[in-house]
Write a protein that binds this ligand. Structure first.
Ligand code: MRU
Length: 371
């Protein structure tokens, strides 16, 4: 995508292999800052504190983290230590494990002297594949939006949650790839952007992306979503996923489940856009997905720009009130209208996923759908 007219990706290696550059997403939308990561430890820190976030970008950053580790030391022990440090950063997005396993299985069979070049090459391949997968998701999702547009004969009102746009991936995004494709195809649409407390990825990141691209959008409080659906103001919802289980259950940003419930009650189609690396074929159902618990401070405090334009954080709650901060929830497959993948749209079910990914048979752990 473009930032200030310049083609940009969320992560880019320097030509000399000394570092990778990322957009520091903790500073958006008020500051656009590029940060260099020069070691696997810096890559791990960037994932932990969410300078980079979003399942596919977490995977891509971890892959480059191993390339940076190789830059320092190509021995087995060093690579295992880096992978162990990187996997600890965030538990829910399966792309992290996927990327690290792919990197290690590519590198460890090689002689140490061959690993450095192979690591940069493999990390770049992961990024290129991510871009292609997201473009394909965009094409498949476009047809869903087009059908609604033709039936309705007017602008499509689409709702999304969190940020599953290009900032959450290497480029294009998952849930927002169909939005960009529809916008480029000249289909009139308007996006409801739910703010996504407590980290406000919707208000800060999705709104920034859409504004940069000129896509009409409106930010809403998370709690306004059900009301808008009841009033007939939402034609469809598309969200991303941090992990899809083999039966089609979906872990995504906290609050996704509530939107899916309201969508079902109001007959609003609820789609989840997810590429292959976000699907955990080894996990029978969403009940087994680890839910990240983040710091209470993300709930008790809020960050933004003050009237002087300075970045500031203010406290919302009484000093002594405890807070709980589960970062994700699981939406049962039965509430999902369909999964939009790079291979097409399928039912959120074991059979649906098996149909699109038959080669994953050995990994599949089928289970009845969740209650
Ligand atoms: O905590 P985050 O910001 O990493 O959570 C991101 C999400 O929940 C996204 O919706 C999900 O990763 C899909 S990204 C294409």
């Amino acid at each position: 995508m473009r930032v200030h007219g310049i083609p940009t990706r969320t992560i880019q290696p320097l030509a000399d292999g000394s570092a990778v550059e990322i957009i520091d997403q903790t500073r958006l939308p008020h500051r656009y800052e590029i940060k260099r990561l020069a070691s696997w430890q810096e890559a791990a820190e960037a994932i932990s504190v969410m300078r980079v976030r979003g399942a596919p970008l977490i995977g891509a950053t971890a892959a480059y983290g191993l390339a940076l580790a190789c830059q320092a030391d190509t021995n087995d022990t060093a690579l295992h230590a880096a992978a162990a440090g990187l996997i600890e950063t965030r538990p829910t997005a399966v792309n992290l494990r996927w990327a690290l396993e792919r990197m290690l299985s590519r590198l460890l069979p090689l002689a140490p002297g061959q690993r450095r070049e192979a690591a940069w090459h493999e990390a770049a391949a992961i990024c290129e594949e991510d871009v292609a997968q997201n473009q394909a998701i965009g094409r498949h999702g476009l047809e869903i939006i087009r059908a609604i547009h033709q039936r309705k004969g007017g602008a499509v009102n689409l709702m999304t949650h969190c940020n599953a746009g290009w900032l959450a991936t290497v480029d294009w995004g998952t849930a927002l790839a169909p939005v960009y494709a529809a916008f480029e195809a000249g289909i009139a649409l308007d996006v409801w952007v739910s703010e996504t407390r407590p980290r406000n990825q919707g208000a800060a990141l999705t709104a920034w992306e859409l504004e940069q691209h000129g896509v009409p959008h409106t930010v809403i409080a998370d709690n306004a979503a059900g009301h808008l659906m009841q009033k007939g103001e939402v034609d469809l919802i598309i969200v991303g996923a941090d992990r899809v289980a083999a039966n089609g259950d979906v872990a995504n940003k906290i609050g996704t489940y509530l939107k899916a419930l309201a969508a079902r009650d109001n007959g609003v189609p609820f789609y989840v856009a997810a590429p292959g690396p976000s699907i955990d074929f080894r996990l029978a159902s969403g009940a087994g997905i680890p839910i990240e618990q983040r710091a209470a401070r993300e709930v008790t405090h809020i960050a933004g720009r003050d009237v002087e334009g300075e970045l500031a954080e203010v406290q919302l709650t009484p000093d002594a009130s405890p807070a709980l901060n589960p970062a994700f929830d699981v939406t049962p497959a039965r509430l999902v209208t369909g999964l939009i993948t790079e291979r097409g749209v399928c039912a959120a079910s074991t059979a649906g996923l098996r149909g699109l990914y038959p080669e994953e048979g050995a990994n599949f752990i089928p289970l009845p759908t969740s209650p």
